[in-house]
Design a protein around this ligand. Sequence first.
Ligand code: ZN
Length: 94
Amino acid sequence: MRIRTVALAAAAVPFAVAAAAVVLEAGHWRLYAERHRIELKPQPRRSCPDCRGAGGWWVDGANPEMEACGCWSNRPELRIRLLPVPAWPDEPPF
Ligand SMILES: [Zn+2]
């Protein structure tokens, strides 16, 4: 089931790259695509019993910090580099 979702996201990449940057959310994955890179990041599961889709929780203490939930932080992140990032911006300012 998860593999099919990834394949679906990968199929959308050629269309995504045509735009400046595209973010797609498919199932438990988030696809970010632009000319320079494609990233496929795991997302928290809404059915997760620990975080209920929030992706983590705050840990109390002297320095409160966000604890990442294992439902997404334990899954691999896919990053593909496309064009090299130029030393200066080559896009006209908006
Ligand atoms: Zn979770």
